[in-house]
Design a protein around this ligand. Sequence first.
Ligand code: ATP
Length: 225
Amino acid sequence: MIVSGAGKTLNQTKIIRSVSFAVPHNSIFAIIGPNGAGKTTLLRLIMGLLILDEGTITYSSDPRIISVLLENDYLFETKTGRENIRDFCIYLDVSPALASTMIERYAALLQLETALDNKVATYSKGMKRKLSLLITLLKDSPILLLDEPTSGVDPESRLVMRSVLRGLKDEGKTLILTSHDLAEVQKISDWITIMIGGSIVDIIHNQEFCGDLEQRFFTVLKEAR
Ligand SMILES: Nc1ncnc2c1ncn2[C@@H]1O[C@H](COP(=O)(O)OP(=O)(O)OP(=O)(O)O)[C@@H](O)[C@H]1O
């Protein structure tokens, strides 16, 4: 995927400023930055929920190519996990056959198997996040946009999610994620971009970076302000 000169103004405020980067195929590409930097807006531009004012974002036009995990969980609390999956399959136009393959593939890995028959209202935050991720995976899309996938998730569930995300990359998928958890980002990503005030100010190739990401983040933040 190539983002080239992307710009977006909302309510007369420039939110995204000349953003350009390339997401290598089959990589985990993280976008970090302070609150309000424009990370979610950028993801919304990539998924086509917002229209660019300037620039281009290029990837296959097949709508099945991208699946999205939103920043908040939008689940039916009074229904079970399985009923939520069934409803989202209708909404996402996922066949029952594909859905059962994906449930078989990921429910156990996400440690959700027994919980799927319980009402979502009884789930912890981490279980809800994992169910949302499972729903995101139903379409088996090659590109996944994950907005703060592990936010509010306890260390044990985070470990489980990290291993699933790594597995998805090993299957050949491309993951673009945002996060405020720098340690988590450094553990999982191939590339880390720092976004401040709607601009990309730093791109780090994680395998070659052996420094302290937090220190680099604050240095870049100080220089940008
Ligand atoms: N629909 C909108 N209309 C006007 N301003 C908006 C709209 N959506 C977002 N913004 C503004 O755009 C800026 C970037 O918001 P965005 O949610 O993209 O940031 P973020 O980096 O994802 O932040 P966070 O880390 O808090 O999730 C913020 O100042 C926000 O108030």
